[in-house]
Design a protein around this ligand. Structure first.
Ligand SMILES: C[S@@+](CC[C@H](N)C(=O)[O-])C[C@H]1O[C@@H](n2cnc3c(N)ncnc32)[C@H](O)[C@@H]1O
Length: 338
């Protein structure tokens, strides 16, 4: 991966809800490379799924690293590979071409996994993995508007064919609504000041690019990096999460899992910040449905963390779908109640 990472935020008190935060390493600007994304915790994810001659879902195929691992682990494993980004899908198709029809690609948000499986004639599968968040190429390409280091439109959509851009979101929201998003999804305490400054820049016609957005944030809170993190980090993270409905997507996926994973099937989810990890942890806590495969979330080895900074904030939670007999089964609660 080149030049950016989601890093642990040093120096935050344990009781703070903000455990991790998106960050981008400083460094030499490079030309946008071909689709290069270093797969995080490839072996632990594949081992957690223990692939057999079955069907697996990779909910976030991206560059295809985890799917490749599954297909290599068992010669009769098949993968339904989802992504909402057609550029990622095109790259994955190229990388995985040698596996032929053992992999089926579907352009869809993973929150619609049930429909995606139905389109492949399936209702249940043997396992699913998800590697949440954005890929390096999504962050690297200035035109996608996710980076505060590269000048581009304030877009931030993973799927550029639909939905509202981050700029349209900022235009639509009131100061208070914008502040709430920055506060909740960015875990940014200075959210009100930032929201006011961003809306002022918009009203003055000074909000066209990602660098304008960063300038408006710096105008509100100053240029000082807190804990080594750029002042724009949390606000960019918040807008990206909101624009892509990232937490709603994850909730929808987690809610669908009990129905689509066959008994004894396995799920492995990599998350990169506390808001995501909390949802995954809560879903797997339902012991009538899931047997956790490890007591604690698995983290990357020191070696992997040194080689790939993004891996340092990854947490892997994995669980096995357990059998429930009609006598012991409780009526399952809906995702939103869990
Ligand atoms: C971190 S990358 C995955 C990298 C991949 N595991 C690999 O080894 O190359 C995350 C991918 O998930 C996709 N993604 C994120 N949220 C999604 C969602 N809700 N639905 C579908 N795809 C999503 C992104 O477009 C991106 O390509």
């Amino acid at each position: 991966m080149s030049g950016q990472a989601q890093l642990a935020l040093p120096g935050l008190a344990a009781e703070s809800s903000a455990e991790w935060v998106w960050s981008e390493e400083t460094g030499e600007e490079t030309d946008v490379p071909a689709f290069v994304h270093e797969t995080v915790m490839r072996a632990p994810v594949v081992n957690a799924l223990a692939p057999s001659a079955g069907v697996y879902v990779d909910a976030t195929v991206g560059g295809g690293g985890h799917t490749e691992g599954i297909l290599e682990a068992h010669p009769e494993a098949r993968v339904i590979a989802l992504d909402r980004d057609e550029i990622a899908l095109a790259a994955a198709k190229e990388r995985l071409a040698r596996f032929g029809d053992r992999v089926t690609f579907v352009k869809t948000p993973f929150g619609e996994v049930v429909a995606a499986l139905a389109s492949a004639g399936l209702t249940q599968v043997d396992g699913l993995c998800a590697d949440l968040g954005v890929s390096s190429p999504q962050l690297d390409e200035a035109a996608r508007g996710m980076s505060f280091r590269r000048e581009g439109p304030i877009d931030m959509r993973m799927d550029r064919s639909s939905g509202e851009t981050a700029l349209e979101l900022v235009e639509r929201l009131s100061d208070d609504e914008l502040a709430d998003i920055i506060f909740h999804y960015g875990e940014e305490k200075r959210s009100r000041r930032i929201a006011r400054s961003v809306k002022r820049a918009l009203a003055e016609g000074q909000l066209a690019t990602t660098l304008d957005l960063r300038r408006a944030i710096v105008r509100a809170v100053g240029p000082v990096r807190v804990g080594g993190v750029d002042p724009a980090t949390r606000t960019f993270q918040a807008l990206r999460i909101a624009v892509n409905g990232e937490l709603e997507q994850l909730e929808a996926l987690l809610g669908a899992l009990p129905d689509i994973i066959r008994v004894d099937g396995r799920v492995a989810i990599l998350s990169f910040h506390s808001l995501e990890d909390r949802l995954v942890k809560r879903a797997f806590h339902d012991r009538e449905i899931w047997a956790p495969l490890t007591k604690k979330p698995v983290v990357a080895s020191e070696e992997e963390g040194a080689a790939n900074p993004r891996a340092r904030s990854a947490k892997l939670r994995a669980a096995r779908r357990i059998a429930t007999t009609p006598e012991t089964a409780m009526p399952r609660r809906k995702a939103k109640d869990r």
